[in-house]
Design a protein around this ligand. Structure first.
Ligand code: 13P
Ligand code: ZN
Length: 272
């Protein structure tokens, strides 16, 4: 058995390919990570090498101590993952303090996990805590239409939530807690990781102004589906704005009725 043949690795590779086909991942844009389940780690044990050197993560994630992550490589193209998984993705193990990682499979020829690993791990850390360990996936994509909107809408969570909810009836059901917004920041470091993870306490989807989107989910399908739904809604809004703006829309009371029938709770602060 090879690591590439394990079900969770095949699923991961399929999502990277689907995300590439969506047009969200030019060049090395975007990155993807999955917190591997204990039973999947057990399947891996014979196939990995834990002797490699430790590298500081740059942030501290004590509740992820000894966890294993499947993650895309820094500078690697999402488009190439399906062609050569071992060169473009890898498995990183977090040390017992949650401060360092080591690569135990893949990322061959000295490759490293994504430069956004601090943002991924801090978001995983928060999500693990607030979902009782259920949430396992973080996807960062350069979503064209959401990025376009960050140039014209106020960089405000209430505005983004309400506008994206209004553009597709399924949106409040798919992301009932709303959308977080991080103002423009330098990517790849601890500062943007902290801001993003703060918002991940409340939201499953966080927009990085003029850069892209972070989506989280319990499964790879759910994280991908969330990204896809929010980005499609943003595409509709771009079209609506290009056609001269809304002439009618879904009202706050419509949302309240939807919430009742679909059994979701929508925060009143987004319905005012
Ligand atoms: P990486 O190639 O390091 O994953 O960076 C891509 C990116 O999207 C940075 O935000
Ligand atoms: Zn990016």
């Amino acid at each position: 058995m090879k690591v590439e043949e394990l079900k969770f690795v095949k699923d991961f590779v399929r999502i990277t390919h689907d995300a590439w086909l969506k047009g969200w991942h030019e060049r090395n844009g975007g990155n993807f990570s999955y917190r591997i389940k204990d039973e999947e780690v057990a399947e891996l044990k014979e196939l990995i090498n834990e002797t490699s050197e430790c590298t500081p993560i740059g942030v501290s994630v004590p509740n992820l101590a000894n966890e294993y992550f499947l993650v895309t490589g820094s500078g690697k193209y999402m488009r190439n993952v399906i062609l050569d998984p071992e060169a473009n993705i890898g498995i990183a193990k977090i040390d017992e303090k949650g401060k360092n990682y080591k690569v135990v499979w893949g990322l061959i020829n000295g490759a490293r996990p994504t430069s956004e690993f601090p943002s991924h791990l801090m978001s995983h850390s928060v999500k693990k805590e607030v979902t009782n360990g259920k949430n396992r996936v973080i996807l960062h994509s350069h979503t064209t239409n959401i990025i376009a909107l960050t140039f014209v809408l106020p960089l405000d969570s209430k505005v983004f939530t309400r506008e994206l909810w209004e553009m597709a009836t399924e949106c409040p059901v798919v992301f009932p807690s709303g959308v977080g917004v991080v103002p423009w920041m330098v990517p790849g470091g601890a500062a943007i990781a902290k801001e993003t993870s703060k918002l991940m306490k409340e939201f499953d989807i966080v927009v990085w102004a003029h850069h892209g989107t972070f989506a989280s989910g319990e499964t790879m399908d759910l994280a991908f589906g969330l990204m896809d739904t929010a980005e499609k809604s943003a595409e509709i809004l771009v079209k609506v704005l290009s056609m001269g703006g809304k002439k009618q829309t879904i009202t706050s009371d419509n949302f309240r009725d939807l919430a009742k029938d679909f059994n979701v709770s929508l925060p009143e602060k987004f319905l005012g």
